[in-house]
Design a binder for this molecule. Sequence first.
Ligand code: F3S
Length: 411
Amino acid sequence: MRLSPEQRAMFEGVRGWPQKLAMEMLVAVGRAYDAEELIPTRSVHLVIDGTALGEPGLRLLERLVDERGQFVVPVTINAIAVDRRAASERPLTKEETAQLRLLEACAKMGCIASCSCNPFSQGFLPAFGESVSWSESATAPFVNSVLGGRTNREGATALASALTGLTPAYGMHLDAERKGGVLFEVTAPISKLHRYGLLGALIGRRCNGRVPVITGLEAPSRDELVGFSAAFAIHGSVNMFHMVGITPEAPTPEAAMGAAPYETVSIDEAAIMAEWKRTQGADRREVDIVSIGCPHASLEQISEVARIIDGRQVKRTVRFVVHTNDDVFAAAEREGLIQGLSRAGVRVTSDNCSVVSYDRLPRGAKLATNSAKMAFLASAVSGVDILYGGVDECVEAATTGRWRNLPESGG
Ligand code: F3S
């Protein structure tokens, strides 16, 4: 791999240990993917989930601080395992303290403590054609496919990019890798976030490593595109899709597709219903938990829940949580939404979620959600049974304790 004189100096440790470590990581990954060079990266989104990083991660980040590591590009932070607002009113556990030390170490190196897996709702939007290094699987498809930015699905390399402002030139940074390899013609009517989630899950699995080109969709909202991206990413390994008329590089299917021949897949209503049945894991109607906001809810989504609940009360036996980050929470509080939801029995969390949390979901609980990503993770990680539907169905389940639609009732 070609390195400029300045990059070589960093690699050899002339600029200090943090940059040497970061360069070793970037060069190793670059070589593994046959990257010819390192290119500038304009921003980083970093995952510092304490449940995953644990003590070794904390030791590394605090050593980077001690060794004068500094982030050289804007760095936002993904959801963390602590609800910072709730935690400020009670004693912290040992794990929570470690999580906040991880965040503090990043803050000392210059991060923006956004603590959100939906940075788009707060205006962190890479520009068209800009190379960035974003971790959290749900963000890469949105950056590549909706904004026309360029990022691979980063892991620890995001930290290395934050310390150097560099990323290896492979994958989504290269024009050739962004071309479509399979065409999905959607004939099913798709509207509402939960149906975009089903479609994202289905296409994420069916594209089999190829970049999908998707036709037949009309003007999804930003929240629906975020939900689609999250479901697409968690059900597959591809970091980009082309939605014709929405993706900047896809004004037409021909502009987005690579060389023919390619497979064409039709997605009709029967396919969407089959995906819905596949997502439903629960076989009884009683609901224990309702979870909205995966990725973190925007202000519009919080407002939608408040509008739908409209004075009704959450049933005493149900825990209803809406996940968002501290900034969106504050904005919702200014509009009186948090207070209204709290009176109704809805708990809005700040910075964490039902999965990224030390407070694990009870195994075997029945969890209702409108998020295909939450459905997948809560079931896989926490062993809960899923009830899947729209936000109105989730609110109804929270207030009645019962889920209306099970597969045998026809959806
Ligand atoms: Fe965010 Fe948690 Fe979902 S981190 S993407 S709300 S699993």
